[in-house]
Write a protein that binds this ligand. Structure first.
Ligand code: C2O
Ligand code: CU
Length: 494
């Protein structure tokens, strides 16, 4: 509340800011797709490797007309960064060149990268340096995203622009006939706050959260997108520092329309799940298919309900974007009924009991996991699952805060939730995930197989303020040899 005096408030009803006055008047932008710089063949495996080069550099974005432009830092000088689209089975090497003035570390969120390419928070690339990241792309089709992960200033780097889509495709998904091309739309949500001179408010001094009151989609506050009266696939990603959403699609007379959730963090669900609202917290990806065919000539507005998080800046954030539905359809390709099943999701085998418990709490002004902070370098490895082990992890927190919990390397299934929300959401049940929202006063259990690689990986709260200060720890997937088994068992590589 103390910030209201010094910033351009988007939603204050008495002096609606210029940017809020333009609600739904600016077009939805799309990040451009980046072609590889060149392709070569891995001499040992014969696999094709696509090589990309991305520069992390400053750019300006004029959000508030008449005020100063916001100075941002993004991948190739844009935000979201360029989309990388890859076919499963090809490998990629991406060189990230740091032309900015802060150190970075790049994490490809959703990829089971080897530890050295996973964006470990202390593996910093300083200004003037570059690092080549290698990604195997052997997973099934899914929506990943790459973003900064530098220790203690991930919030700043990601919020000022370092986030982009990385879309993995495969033949099985292509064969399903889901909407494609112009009918398959990536939507990166974010919630930001501006200073009264038009520049972006920095999260650097924040220690709790940065809610933001200006909702951006693909970098544009409250945009609109013209669509045809047919089916669309929408890939939602929440890149916000602290804001989770509960999205609905509503007609001009405030009727919620039903839609189908088809994908999650780890790709397709087992089957489409119909709903009229979608909860999405930071770093989560949820893909939906929406059918606009009954709304020719009308608007469908994406709104955000308050109930996932209560916060002081809610008022202007009850709207997200608008779809303006045209009258004619130019292509009916991939516009048929959704298949009743999408794929066999490789769920971990059932297992009872809880293997490890993690408490996400604040103590002495610090955000901690089991009383540990990431800067506690001697104690921050909180688990050593043997490679290949299936484990149930339990996350819990008290009444004050919610925490989107992200575990690197693995895909997990959410199997239990008790507290302010009871039960696993219908679409969570059919999904593998890598982030789960631990709501206030909730206990959540997830099950995962700790594979395919050995190595030390992070897990943390994806509220980037909490992550930076210092709600992050690590786990060490240890090799079978360490546990007295012969090392003949091959790496598990699904
Ligand atoms: Cu999306 Cu550890 O990060
Ligand atoms: Cu948190």
């Amino acid at each position: 509340a103390s910030l209201l005096a010094t910033r351009v408030s988007a939603g204050d009803k008495d002096w609606l800011s210029p940017v809020y006055k333009q609600i739904f008047q600016n077009k939805l932008p799309f990040p451009s797709e980046k072609p590889p710089k060149y392709t070569y063949t891995n001499q040992t495996t014969g696999v094709q490797i696509d090589y990309y080069e991305i520069e992390i550099k400053e750019f300006e974005s004029q959000i508030y007309p008449g005020l100063k432009p916001a100075k941002l830092v993004g991948y190739d000088g844009m935000s979201p960064g360029p989309t990388i689209r890859v076919q499963r089975g090809r490998e990629t090497v991406v060189r990230f060149v740091n032309k900015a003035n802060m150190a970075n570390s790049v994490h490809l969120h959703g990829s089971y990268s080897r530890a050295m390419f996973d964006g470990w928070a202390e593996d910093l690339t300083e200004p003037g340096q570059y690092k080549d990241y290698y990604y195997p792309n052997k997973q099934s089709a899914r929506t990943l995203w790459y973003h900064d992960h530098a220790v203690s200033h991930t919030a700043e780097n990601a919020y000022f622009g370092q986030a982009g889509f990385y879309i993995l495709e495969d033949p099985a998904e292509n064969a399903l006939g889901l909407p494609k091309g112009a009918y398959d739309i990536p939507l990166a949500l974010s919630s930001k706050q501006y200073n009264s001179d038009g520049t972006l408010f920095s999260p650097a001094a924040e220690r709790d959260s940065l809610w933001g009151d200006v909702i951006h989609v693909n970098g544009q506050p409250w945009p609109y997108h013209s669509v045809e009266p047919r089916k669309y696939r929408l890939r939602f990603l929440d890149t916000s520092v602290s804001r989770a959403f509960k999205l609905t699609f509503e007609t001009d007379d405030n009727k919620k329309i039903p839609f189908h959730v088809v994908g999650s963090d780890a790709g397709l669900l087992t089957k489409p799940v119909q709903t009229d609202n979608l909860e999405i917290s930071m770093a989560e990806r949820w893909e939906v298919v929406v059918d606009f065919s009954a709304y020719a000539g009308k608007n469908i507005t994406v709104k955000n309900a308050r109930d996932v998080q209560a916060d002081e800046d809610y008022n202007s954030t009850d709207k997200v974007m608008r779809f303006v539905v045209g009258k004619s359809v130019s292509s009916t390709e991939n516009n048929g009924n959704l298949p009743s099943t999408l794929r066999t999701v490789p769920m971990p085998p059932n297992k009872s009991g809880v293997d490890r418990k993690f408490k996400f709490e604040r103590s002495n002004g610090e955000w901690q996991i089991n009383d540990v902070t990431f800067d506690n370098v001697n104690n921050r490895i909180l688990a050593k699952p043997p490679r290949g082990a299936v484990e149930v992890w339990e996350f819990s927190t008290g009444g004050g805060w919610s925490h989107p919990v992200h575990v690197h390397l693995v895909d997990f299934q959410v199997i239990y939730r008790k507290g302010s929300r009871d039960g696993v959401l219908p679409y969570e049940k059919e999904a593998l995930k890598d982030v789960v929202l631990l709501g206030k006063s909730e206990t959540v259990r997830v099950i995962a197989r700790f594979a395919p690689w050995d190595g030390v990986y992070m897990f943390h709260c994806h509220n980037l303020i909490h992550e930076d200060h210092d709600m992050m720890a690590a786990f060490n997937v240890t090799s079978l040899a360490d546990w007295g088994y012969p090392e003949t068992t091959q790496l598990i590589d699904p």
